[in-house]
Design a protein around this ligand. Structure first.
Ligand code: NAP
Length: 217
């Protein structure tokens, strides 16, 4: 297993539910965590609410300072934000957890993405970064819940750079209960992102925060 001890993690859009949830778990595991936002003040406030040494700053600032960067913004703002951070993200592992979803009376559904998926869009926009797709199915509610000691799910990790996917699998596993599982190349990220719509349907029907487990490995 790759050693991720001490790896600093920036989270773009870290003031949102998903960003704060991941930040909380990584900070609890002892990682330096940098919350990113379009507003330094919102980032500082979010970092303060997380505690465990988390700090905050504008997205560009935290992206430049961290060893690994997680993208946790809504799909609508995804492409423009990454285009604006090309220089800061060059050479880094960029972990995309963005689910391009629409919602109507029937519930959630997958949106078409010109590049194939949000993760492939990130790779297209960031040719000098090592883009990995992961953390699509983990519930922010569960990550934030202090009563949940162990998060019961596998995190599927996709990418074209073996060293980068190994790193992100190891990072997923610093969250107690989580297993990081390689899930294929980036060209298969669309199904993983789209599957979130099905998980949302499961959650609504069963009033749950469902996670996935892969068997026989
Ligand atoms: N929530 C979940 O359980 C969950 C689970 C798995 C994956 N995800 C994915 O994670 C991402 C974030 O989810 P979320 O629920 O945390 O979303 P969110 O709360 O709506 O947004 C997260 C943060 O993104 C920033 N943001 C909003 N619009 C933006 C724009 N146009 N450009 C740049 N930044 C913008 C905001 O931060 P500032 O205003 O401070 O900049 C906001 O606090 C989504 O793509 C979602 O599909 C969510």
């Amino acid at each position: 297993m790759t050693d991720v001890n001490g790896l600093s993690i920036a989270i773009l859009g870290g003031t949102g539910d998903q960003g704060k949830g991941l930040a909380r778990r990584f900070a609890l595991a002892g990682h330096p965590v940098l919350i990113g936002s379009r507003s330094a003040q919102r980032a500082h406030d979010a970092a303060g609410s997380i505690g465990s040494g988390a700090t905050g700053g504008e997205n560009a600032d935290v992206a430049a300072r961290a060893g690994l960067v997680i993208v946790a913004v809504p799909y609508e703002g995804h492409k423009a934000l990454l285009e604006s951070l090309r220089a800061e993200l060059a050479g880094k592992i960029v972990v995309d957890c963005v689910n391009p979803l629409g919602f109507d009376k029937q519930g959630a559904y997958a949106l078409p993405v010109e590049e194939g998926s949000a993760a492939q869009q990130a790779a297209a926009v960031l040719p000098d970064s090592r883009v990995v797709a992961a953390f699509h199915h983990v519930s922010a509610v569960v990550l934030m819940d202090p009563a949940v000691d162990k998060v019961d799910l596998d995190v599927l990790v996709l990418g074209d750079d073996r060293e980068a996917t190994d790193t992100v699998q190891a990072l997923a596993e610093v969250i107690p209960g989580v297993r990081g599982v390689y899930g294929g190349r980036l060209r298969n990220a669309h199904q993983i992102e789209a599957l979130t719509a099905n998980i949302i349907s499961v959650n609504r029907r069963y009033k749950a925060h469902a996670g996935l487990r892969i068997t026989d490995i």
